[in-house]
Design a protein around this ligand. Structure first.
Ligand SMILES: [Zn+2]
Length: 300
């Protein structure tokens, strides 16, 4: 595949999309949408404009590594680079699609304006039922309106845009702070991609495919934990992740501790890719039994 790099198509500074219709829509803040979009775009970092140009020149899609090389960014900036690419999703449709076993980023144009209008709000009856079920307590930090003065919200555990349902089982109570934190974290992930992940019934496959999407980049344990628990509750998702390293499965996953604000978090990075066995649970159980047998026979 021929890569079009930034320098190979001149010093083009703006990505030009189809012209918008002449009557400007208005965003929730009263500005014509166009004005807001332009304000936001002028805030794009220089590096991001280059990324957009490279993506536009490669409509077939690029892996993150190809994109990084074409944009002239060194491997040491890889982690930061992935984040910059994902931040573009605030304004652009930029799905990451699996093509021939690799994940490629494809630029599909600008995002239509979304004023945050929820076409299917949770009914007050359902909200009251969930708050009551959760004991009027934030299910993430445990704070309550009575003791801590927090405001409670009803949140979809798996966002609707990721394919989460409207059933009670997919709803929980969160305080404003936890709700905002979750929204901000989740907004940087590609909804279509996450929807695909949620379709894997096997927790091993969900974790593996998530790391595969971000191959070579550090992924926060928060997201891995969420994806592991999204379909069925996992007692020990870290163990499931360790099982992916067993020779019968064979993924090379590194881990590290990283500082995020004032706290330390765990991060994981996938360095290779292999096709997973059909039933990774059975494969890892079998491996453990064989390993135990071998250990017993070693003892005198
Ligand atoms: Zn909370």
């Amino acid at each position: 595949m021929r890569l079009l790099t930034y320098s190979s198509f001149g010093r083009k500074t703006h990505v030009v999309f189809k012209k918008r219709k002449s009557h400007p829509r208005r965003g929730s803040n009263g500005y014509p949408t166009e004005v807001v979009v332009n304000m936001l775009k002028s805030a794009l970092r220089q590096g991001q404009q280059i990324i957009l140009n490279v993506l536009e020149a490669n409509p077939q899609g690029l892996t993150l590594q190809e994109l990084r090389q074409a944009a002239g960014v060194g491997p040491h900036e890889q982690g930061q680079f992935g984040r910059r690419v994902r931040e573009l999703r605030a304004w652009y449709n930029l799905p990451c699609i699996k093509k021939n076993g690799k994940y490629v980023y494809i630029l599909k144009g600008e995002k239509p304006n979304n004023d945050g209008f929820d076409p299917e709000p949770i009914s007050p009856t359902q909200a009251a039922r969930i708050r009551n079920r959760d004991g009027y307590r934030c299910q993430s930090c445990g704070k309550t309106p009575g003791e801590d003065g927090v405001k409670l919200h009803i949140d979809h555990k798996i966002p609707r845009s990721w394919g989460g349902s409207r059933e009670d089982s997919n709803l929980w109570t969160l305080c404003s702070e936890c709700n905002e934190g979750k929204k901000n974290l989740f907004a940087s992930y590609d909804a279509e991609q996450m929807k695909q992940l949620m379709k894997y019934q096997s927790v091993h496959k969900r974790i593996a495919e998530l790391l595969h999407m971000y191959q070579g980049q550090w992924v926060d344990s928060d997201l891995i934990e969420f994806v592991a628990n999204a379909v069925d509750w996992q007692q020990d998702w870290q163990k499931r992740l360790r099982e992916l390293r067993y020779p019968v499965i064979g993924l090379d996953i590194e881990s590290r501790r990283a500082k995020r604000g004032t706290r330390f978090i765990s991060q994981y990075k996938l360095n290779n890719w292999v096709v997973l066995p059909n039933d990774p649970s059975a494969a890892s159980r079998h491996y453990e039994q064989e390993r135990a047998k071998a250990n017993r026979s070693k003892k005198p």
